[in-house]
Unconditional design. Sequence first.
Length: 219
Amino acid sequence: MAIIKNGVNGTVSGKAGSVVFVLTKAGNYVRSLPRVKKRKPSAGQLLYRTRFKMVRSHIIMLNPIIKLGYKTYSAPKRPYDAAMSYNLKEAVIRQDDGFAIDWQKFMIAKGSPNPINSYSMDFDQESQVLEVTWEYDTYLENKNKIQNYNSFLVLYSATDDRVEYPILTNDSKSKLSSGKQNIKIREHKKEVTYEVFIFFVESYGEGNTDSLHLGSIKV
């Protein structure tokens, strides 16, 4: 924006359109703005953008979960930023044709260590209910005071965001000590693959464990 000082007969400074007004001891003059040449991104920059875009697409979809799962870990950063930073660094695999997500390392929640040391998943086709059972490390339970944390089971359709229910979570919450959690899976018009995660959350949402990827299921 150009500025006129002392009325219409005064000096002009600033930018107007494609020109800039300059005031010097010799007087007031105008010159064209320099042309900025846009450089083509390097191969490395293109690869980074591809990788960044891939991770961001999943973080955006999972953001309601991320806000809870990274709430304590991320401070003072936003949960979204913390999840992006962590998963870009830890959960991306380079392949011949680009990149892929390593779901075993992908984290939808960060906090104290997840105490589960063994688990099983059983999906009943007739009732459309997935039951997850687990055993856990009692030392971690006592050390981190998580015995009353509630289980948070998350099913995420990572390969197709056009499905009717891309994210499912459990309605009823079981405690860590119960050793099991059920989730009702809604019927779909086509076969869907879900990545299954679980973490544990304090009742008031002020603390949580890391998420754990339990595998994938087709429903």
